[in-house]
Design a protein around this ligand. Structure first.
Ligand code: ADP
Ligand code: MG
Length: 472
């Protein structure tokens, strides 16, 4: 047999084309590039993580059938993700498909993803400085961070810091803004740039929450010294969302000592916060006073032109095409924050392809209305789990247990269904929170629940009841 990957994929496309709308075909299948065929494993390149999740969620059956038709019963699909624009962690899914995340096809190592639970590196005996994983997300670069009046001071300050870490008058650099305006992105960009310009320096990004957890573990295991020494080795320390340390007196104390040590030794500190430093509550005044030593710069909501530029960059990065008219419409009408702007863009592309509608200003308007209405009510997966467990009077821990008990299984499925409906969490993240399941399980649960909603009136009434409890 001489069939190669191009030929096989071309045949697959013919079948897919017959089984999807023109719009879905153009949006989701045309951008795919077949890159290899190894035995019965076909590797395809998709533009982004989002693309991959979308395909797996909506076209899993079609893909599976088509692949098996041309590659036989052992036929498998492997994905290679060109640009990983997300820091969501997720697990693999469709039996018979794998995500190739070791290398991407252009030969660069796959982008780092933030591990959810980085091992406390300071417990490794004999740890050398250079072995420390910076925990930086390679997609959050300066290049991808569009400059505007809204962020100029912070962005420029960041560039100065990256050029001369520790040896500038912006130490610490404190970046503050309300949510979704780019703090995390910018501080990763500074870390990446500092590392690029100074490969000998040790850069570390840590969320204040992780820092706190590490502190608590170290304190429990009586190795606080190792904890502190570990942080004293860092040349550029980035702490994201420092407001998380509010009320955590002991952790603040540890951070205070680390801060002083690093500052005295001309090491760079970069801190982000959701408030102006002086407005941070329940923080040690002596810690707050340290924050005044450097530069505090805020990020504002960008103006319309900058918002449009950001959207265009994101679309390009995700391999998605949208007419300028639509981009401008979105940029003009989403005024809350950039994360929401991205959210609307993604649901727009998704809805248009799912409902086989062309992307028009009307459709955009509809999605926007729905989105803005929903976003007011947006809730966390954690909250939903609470309500559901409360409703069925089962302890929350049970949801994570391996059990076939009908009530627990049902509660878990309902929690997954409601999380998909009301939260903005990805399927992978919902699964993780609802008993460490993978995203295919969540997908299945949602389908089971919605099927049952159509046929079982009692079930429907119960679900309405739970939804009512959610909005109380
Ligand atoms: P925060 O940490 O302030 O809540 P994030 O850094 O997570 O916000 O930003 C939310 C989203 O908005 C991210 O996807 C980020 O890449 C994007 N974003 C924010 N500002 C910009 C910008 N100036 N250019 C490009 N993307 C941006
Ligand atoms: Mg953030």
């Amino acid at each position: 047999m001489t069939a190669n990957h191009l030929e096989i994929w071309r045949k697959c496309l013919e079948v897919i084309r017959d089984n999807t709308s023109e719009q879905s075909y153009a949006t989701w299948f045309k951008p795919i590039v077949p890159i290899a065929l190894n035995g019965s494993v076909l590797t395809i390149q998709v533009p982004s993580q989002f693309f991959y999740e979308w395909l797996e969620e909506h076209y899993i059956d079609l893909l599976r059938k088509t692949i098996k038709r041309f590659l036989g019963p052992d036929g498998k699909l492997e994905y290679s993700i060109l640009m990983d624009s997300t820091d969501r962690s997720y697990t693999m899914v469709m039996p018979g498909s794998t995500r190739n995340n070791t290398k991407n096809p252009i030969g660069r190592p796959a982008p780092e993803t933030l591990s959810q639970n980085p091992i406390n590196p300071f417990v490794i005996p004999g740890l050398k400085k250079l072995q420390i994983d910076s925990q930086l997300n390679e997609n959050y670069t300066f290049d991808n961070f569009i400059e505007g009046d809204c962020n100029r001071v912070a962005r420029q300050g960041g560039l100065v810091v990256a050029a001369n870490p520790g040896k500038n008058s912006f130490n610490p650099l404190l970046i503050y803004s309300s949510t979704g305006l780019g703090k995390t992105h910018l501080c990763h960009a500074i870390g990446l740039e500092a590392k690029r310009l100074h490969p000998d320096k040790t850069v570390l990004y840590v969320q204040a929450e992780q820092f706190t957890n590490q502190y608590v573990t170290a304190s429990k295991n009586k190795n606080l010294n190792d904890f502190v020494h570990f942080y004293q080795m860092i040349d550029v320390l980035i702490i994201d969302d420092i407001q998380f340390l509010a009320k955590k007196t002991m952790t603040q104390e540890a951070f205070f000592h680390i801060f002083n040590y690093l500052h005295q030794n001309n090491k760079q500190l970069i801190i982000t916060s959701d408030k102006f430093p002086a407005d941070l509550q329940d923080m040690e005044p002596r810690l707050l006073s340290r924050f005044k030593w450097g530069l505090a710069a805020d990020l504002q909501m960008p103006d319309v032109a900058t918002r449009a530029a950001i959207l265009k960059r994101k679309l390009y990065h995700n391999g998605i095409n949208l007419p300028d008219e639509i981009v401008n419409y979105l940029a003009t009408n989403v005024r809350t924050n950039i994360r929401e702007l991205e959210g609307v863009m993604i649901s727009l592309v998704a809805q248009s392809s799912l409902n086989k509608k062309a992307i028009t200003v009307e459709l955009t308007q509809q999605i926007l209305d729905r989105f803005l209405r929903n976003s007011v009510k947006e809730v966390s997966v954690e909250y939903i789990i609470n309500v559901v467990c409360d409703y069925f009077t089962i302890p929350i821990e049970q949801l994570a247990m391996k059990t076939r008990k009908h009530q627990v299984v049902q509660a878990r499925q309902i929690a997954m269904f409601l999380s998909k409906k009301y939260s903005k969490a990805s399927l992978a993240s919902i699964g993780k929170q609802c008993g460490n399941k993978d995203h295919a399980t969540v997908h299945h649960a949602c389908k089971t629940v919605s099927d049952r909603l159509e046929t079982d009136r009692q079930f429907k009434a119960m679900l309405l009841d739970i939804e009512k409890k959610m909005s109380m």
